[in-house]
Design a protein around this ligand. Sequence first.
Ligand SMILES: [Ca+2]
Ligand SMILES: [Ca+2]
Ligand SMILES: [Ca+2]
Length: 515
Amino acid sequence: MKKLLTGFIFIAMIIFLSSSAYGEGKLDIDGDINNREYKRLLIVYKEERYKHRKTKKYGRGLERIPKAIEDKIKKIKRLENLNIDIVSIDEKEDVEEVIEELNKSEYIEGVEEDVRRSFFYMPNDLEYDLQWGLGNPNINIAKAWQLIENVGAGNNEVVVAVIDSGINSSHEDLVNRIDFDGYNFRSNDYNIEDFHGHGTAVAGIIAAQTDNNIGIAGVVGKFDANILPLKVGEWVSEEIAAINYAIEKKVDVINISMGGEMYIATENLAIQRAVDSGIVVVAAAGNEAQEGNKALYPASYENVISVGSMNELEDVSWFSNYNPYVDLVAPGEGIYSTDRNGKYAYFNGTSFSTPFVAGVCALLKTIDKSLTPKEIEDILFSTATDKGEYGRDDYYGYGIVNPVEAVKTLVGIHEEEYQEFSPKIDVPLDKKWTIRFNMELDGSHINDSNVFIVDKTGIKIQSEISLMSDKKGIIITPIANYESGQEYSLIINKDIKAVNQESLVKSVKMTFITE
Ligand SMILES: [Ca+2]
Ligand SMILES: [Ca+2]
Ligand SMILES: [Ca+2]
C-alpha cells in the first residue's frame, strides 16, 4: 500500500520566465591656531592652474604664492600627484592673515592647516588570555574560515594598506605577509621599519601568518591577504599622501588607527576618492571617551567604517569614543599581537579593534573582490550582533562585528545531505523560481540564509525572496543576472518551517545550467 505523504514537504519547483530580463590619543591641537609649536599649511592648487613651469627658487607650484606674503612662507614639500604644497610659516606671523591672503590667489583652490594626528594607543597594563578576541562567540573567526573553505571560496588576493608607524618587516609572523610596495611618507623613502610598535601590532591583528606553528593568527587566517605598510608620522598631510598612494596601488582595504579632532577637507576628499575607487576605509573611533569624547577624524567622515572597542565581557571599553558615527565595535582590550622587537605583546585601544574589522573586510574580499565599500558596510552593519540599546546606538554602533554571519551572506552553508534533483539545463539567464509546499510557511524563516542560489564555488547569487500570497510558496528572483553556460544550485535549507513549526526532513538542492 502506498504511504500517504504526510508532514511538511516541499512539493514542486516551477520555472517562470521573468517579465524582463593608534602616545595616547591626545591631540596637540587645542584652540588658538597661533599658539602652536609648528605652523604648517596645506595649499591646494586649482587643477587647471597646475601645470606651471618650474622656477629656480621653489620648483613647481609655490611661485603662485602672492608676492605680498611670499617671504613669510617656506616650502617643506609637494604632494605631486595631489597638486598640494606643504609649507611652513614664520612663527611670528599671524596664520589666519596668511591664509586669508593665500585664499585671494586665483591659483589656489583652498588652504588648510596641516594638523597633527595621533596614533590611538592605551597603556599596556592589562593582561588577558591570548587572543580572546578571535574566539569571542560573536567573532568565532575559525568558523568563518571553515565556512569559506567548505565551499572552496576565498581565492582572491587581497591587500590591506596599514597607514601607521610602519612594520617590523622581519617579524617571524609577518615576514611572509608584507607587500613589497610599502613606503615611508615621513622620510620619503622605502624604510618602513617600525620603531614605535603600533603599526606592527595592527598588522599582526589583520594578517599574522596563520597555521605556521608560531605566534598568533591573523583575522584573515590562511587566506591570501597581505599588508601594504604605509609609514607616517603625525602630520595629516603624510596620511593624505599615504591614502593617495594606496589608491594608486589599488589596495582593497585601508586601516587608519589614528586621528584627531579637526575636520580636514583635503583628508576627507582623499578618503572619498579611495571609497569611489572601491577601497573600504576603516578607522578608529578614538580613546577619549572620558576626555571630551569628540567625534574624531578620519573615523567620522562619511563612508568610513568607524570602529569602537569592547572588552571580553562585551562591554564597550571605558575609553572608547561614542557618537553618532560609530559603526561597529570589536575586541580592543588585552589584544595579543606582534610587537616591534620581534616578539608579542598586549595592546589596548580602538587602534586594535579597528584592524579586526579591517581584517573581516579583507576576508569578505577574498570571497568576492567586486564588493563595493557600500556593499561591505551593508553586510557588516546588518549582520553585526546588536548590543546595548535595541538597534543602532552611539556606543556599539550597529553592534559587534560578526564575521560568521557576514560570510554567510556570501557563501552557501555546506550541507552534507540534500534531497537532490537532477539538473535542469538551458535555464534562461533572467528567470525566477517558484517553490511550492504542501503547508503554509512561517514567514519568519523565509530569508536568504534558508533559500538561496549559489554558483559552482558556493558563492551566493544576490536574489530577492518573497512569500506568495497563499503562504504556500516562495518566489526567488536573481537581482544580478547569471552568467551564461554556468552551473548553479537552488538550495532550500531544511530549517525553513511550516506555520505548525515542522521542518523539512532534508535540505533540497536543485542544480541548473544556464543557457
Ligand atoms: Ca602565526
Ligand atoms: Ca561610518
Ligand atoms: Ca544596539
